[in-house]
Design a protein around this ligand. Structure first.
Ligand SMILES: O=P(O)(O)OC[C@H]1O[C@H](O[C@H]2O[C@H](CO)[C@@H](O)[C@H](O)[C@H]2O)[C@H](O)[C@@H](O)[C@@H]1O
Length: 248
């Protein structure tokens, strides 16, 4: 925390599992009231910028974090809204709008996808199938494999519970680099909790502060046990920031 005192802060945080608790159904996730109150306080600090960067689509994230003045980045940072509400995209985003539509269409036409939630975002997709039995899941995975072979422009991260389909070359690291360029006089802090956040932690190595919510914080990050500790950290950040304001 001493690194932060007296400095302008660029606070960037992941959404799911970091500032919002996981839910079985991603559509049922919401921010806790006290977290909303903390985030609102951040937007009132003149020497603090807050960005939420998520794998969710930007439109979805805007509903989840309905607070003015926060920078919101969806699709792993590839589509983001700045503080003034202007939307920016990763340079290759236009190549992905059509293919995402086609992929979503392909999956929804497949009869084995009954029971799979196809989460279509601006330039990415997530397939949620954690509720399926072993046999059905195997069938779903076959179709996903077929799609993967036909769509090398995407990275397919296939897991037991779901598959993340992300444009090749896109990750939260790109967005964080953009923020560092835009706010060179702000000290960057990043919080994340899973593999999609590792790039962000890596980018800040030696030039910022990174926190990992979970049991085994990767090199270059500090561990936080869960949402309670995230809130504690945010409150400390607010206090340090306010103290600097009072002193100036
Ligand atoms: O970068 P994040 O904000 O962490 O987003 C990553 C993905 O999060 C969501 O899925 C995950 O959280 C769901 C809600 O708790 C959970 O049901 C699901 O199993 C998780 O994979 C979101 O739905 C995805 O779009 C994001 O890419």
């Amino acid at each position: 925390m001493t690194k932060l005192s007296g400095r302008k802060i660029l606070l960037m945080t992941d959404f799911d599992g970091t500032i919002a608790a996981y839910r079985k159904d991603p559509r049922k996730v919401s921010l806790a009231k006290d977290m909303v109150a903390i985030l609102q306080k951040f937007t009132r600090q003149p020497n603090l910028k807050l960005a939420v960067v998520s794998g969710r689509g930007l439109q979805d994230l805007e509903k989840m974090v309905n607070i003015r003045g926060i920078i919101l980045a969806g699709c792993f940072g590839g589509v983001f809204r700045d503080e003034q509400g202007k939307v920016h995209t990763w340079e290759k985003a236009p190549d992905y709008f059509g293919p995402v539509e086609e992929l979503a269409e392909f999956f929804s036409r497949s009869p084995v996808f009954k029971g799979v939630y196809i989460e279509k975002k601006e330039i990415a997709l997530t397939l949620h199938y954690k509720d399926l039995g072993v046999k059905k899941r195997r069938e779903v995975l076959k179709v996903i494999e077929e799609a993967r072979e036909k769509n090398p422009i995407f990275n397919f991260h296939v897991g037991d519970k779901g598959t993340e389909i992300i444009p090749q070359g896109l990750g939260k690291g790109w967005f964080i680099q953009e923020m560092l360029k835009k706010y060179p006089d702000f000290y960057p802090v990043f919080l994340g909790n899973d593999w999609v956040d590792l790039e962000g932690i890596e980018v800040l190595r030696g030039q910022g502060l990174a926190f990992y919510v979970g049991d085994t914080p990767p090199p270059g990050s500090h561990g936080l046990s869960g949402l309670k500790e995230v809130k504690k950290l945010f409150k400390k950040l607010l206090a340090v920031n306010q103290a600097a304001l009072n002193a100036s």
